[in-house]
Design a protein around this ligand. Structure first.
Ligand code: NI
Length: 196
């Protein structure tokens, strides 16, 4: 027999609440117009669009829709923590919004100083970039043969997920991921967060 060791769990959930999605979309677009420090940071970094990542650290205090979302996310994370056999109660310690315009990408990264990270998707136009997860052991597989096209998901080095509005993804923060190029029209809106 063959045992599968060292899994990298990815939690895929949904929050099906059209009103919440509408309110979040409105708030994200308002921030993208009003947050000058965030606009400046985004353009200095060559980010095609807007993110509040570096400029605003108190969205749930500023806007009740983010406070509502935070509660829902923490509930989902409590369930995921149980699946991970963790006796902890994950708390959100940062939450930021992303508005990506056509052509926007976000290169591969991890989220340091966190236990869980995730993204909730608000508006995803056709052709907007998927999120790609990478096997964290990739750098250790110098001589490993390429997996063939029939490789089951748990053996593939990269997994792409094309989210829909209402999709919620949660993963352990060491998992490297990137957002593939936005090849559609319109704005790709999402909220990302870290748990401590
Ligand atoms: Ni990320």
């Amino acid at each position: 027999m063959t045992r599968l060791l060292f899994a990298s769990p990815l939690h895929e959930g949904r929050i099906d609440d059209p009103d919440l999605l509408d309110e979040l979309a409105y708030s994200i677009r308002t921030l993208a117009e009003d947050d000058n420090a965030g606009r400046r940071w985004s353009s200095e970094k060559g980010y095609k669009g807007y993110t509040s990542y570096a400029s605003l650290d108190d969205l749930p205090m500023r806007d009740p829709v983010f406070a509502d979302l935070k509660k829902l996310l923490e509930k989902e994370a409590r369930g995921f923590a149980k699946e991970l056999a963790w006796d902890v109660r994950p708390k959100i310690d940062s939450l930021w919004v992303n508005l990506m315009k056509p052509g926007a990408v976000h290169s591969a990264h991890i989220h340091p100083h966190s236990i869980l990270s995730g993204t909730f998707y608000v508006e995803i136009p056709d052709g907007a970039g998927a999120i790609r997860f990478e096997d964290p052991r990739l750098a250790m597989m110098m001589a490993a043969p390429i997996r063939n096209e029939h490789a089951p998901e748990h053996l593939r080095p990269f997994i792409d997920i094309a989210p829909e509005p209402g999709t919620l993804l949660l993963w352990e923060s060491f998992l490297r991921h990137e957002v593939l190029p936005h090849r559609g029209k319109g704005e790709r809106l999402s909220v990302s967060f870290n748990f401590a």
